[in-house]
Design a protein around this ligand. Structure first.
Ligand code: DON
Length: 305
């Protein structure tokens, strides 16, 4: 039997080591998420040349949740340009949980980071869905059941929307923004689609399979910088320190890291740590990156083989 490709070997080893690690708990503030089988585990890499490698339940479709924020940020950058996005939203880490009211209070109501909840002002739902599909795959779709579950339990986010409105940082009707934001969190995708989003970002905005340019090349470094600062919320610093790659998590159990110029590494496993990041997802993605020697802060001379 021929030797497996080094990327496949890295995936198999990471999946073997961490794919069934105990620890963490499903998100339960959204009833739909509490019911997802917690043993599910998947790991996938999509490279910028379109090659794909995977292990586990890669075809299981899970809730995108906060990972959707990188897609909506991409759309905002394309529509408005980076200066306006920085002025109206900002890119600094709050160092606080993803739905923190205190983060708003501390900064005169300004959201600071597009990766903490700030609604999705003036963005229409269909365009947000379209950018998720263009960055990933055409089968990313809204789950009516998940959306109903989220809409029925999003009182905290509605409160945030009103606070942003009161502080002058909401650029459309706050309840409309919250409704669209809740929908954007309620799409389902599988782990290969998530890794494909990563590969599109890794290649400066060119889709790895279709070869189509989805984003301007100048926008992807900004998305990756935001992911570095805030992608794992109040554990983003620890992730940068230990793994050294831009990443984004969602409370659906999805986890994505990007190796610029090379690949997207995605994982899915529902149980979360206290910060809302997938326990096994982080371990699996970190192990693949480490085995393949990818860490943006490592000089080439000290790179792992
Ligand atoms: O805003 C919320 O509560 C969710 N629908 C999404 C939050 C989320 O995924 C945070 N991520 N780790």
């Amino acid at each position: 039997m021929p030797n497996p490709h080094p990327i496949q070997r890295a995936i198999d080893d990471a999946f073997q080591a961490f794919g069934q690690l105990p620890g963490g708990a499903n998100a339960d503030y959204i009833p739909f998420l509490a019911q997802v089988p917690d043993k599910l585990s998947a790991l996938a890499v999509v490279c910028t040349d379109g090659s794909r490698y995977w292990a586990g339940d890669v075809h299981y479709r899970f809730a995108i949740e906060s990972i959707s924020k990188i897609c909506t940020l991409a759309l905002a950058l394309e529509d408005w340009g980076h200066d306006i996005v920085q002025e109206k939203i900002g890119a600094d880490a709050t160092g606080l949980p993803f739905n923190s009211i205190m983060a708003l209070e501390l900064h005169a109501g300004k959201p600071l980071s597009p990766l903490v909840n700030a609604g999705s002002a003036e963005e229409r739902w269909q365009r947000i869905l379209a950018i998720q599909q263009q960055l990933g795959t055409a089968d990313i779709a809204l789950s009516e059941e998940l959306n109903a579950s989220e809409q029925a339990t999003n009182a905290h986010n509605r409160a945030i929307a009103w606070l942003l409105h009161a502080a002058g940082y909401m650029y459309c009707d706050p309840m409309e923004a919250c409704d669209v934001y809740t929908r954007q969190c309620s799409t389902l995708l599988d782990t290969l689609a998530l890794a494909t989003i990563g590969a599109t970002l890794a290649s400066g905005g060119v889709h790895p399979v279709s070869g189509q340019r989805v984003l301007q090349a100048g926008n992807t470094p900004r998305i990756l910088a935001d992911m570095t600062m805030e992608g794992l919320y109040d554990s983003s610093g620890d992730w940068a320190y230990t793994v050294g790659l831009p990443a984004k998590s969602g409370v659906g159990g999805g986890m994505l890291a990007v190796v610029p110029g090379v690949m997207g590494i995605a994982a899915f496993a529902p149980p979360l740590d206290v910060f809302g990041n997938s326990v096994r997802g982080q371990k699996m993605v970190a192990a693949v990156a480490d085995t393949l020697g990818y860490n943006l802060y490592r000089s080439p001379a000290s790179a792992a083989p």
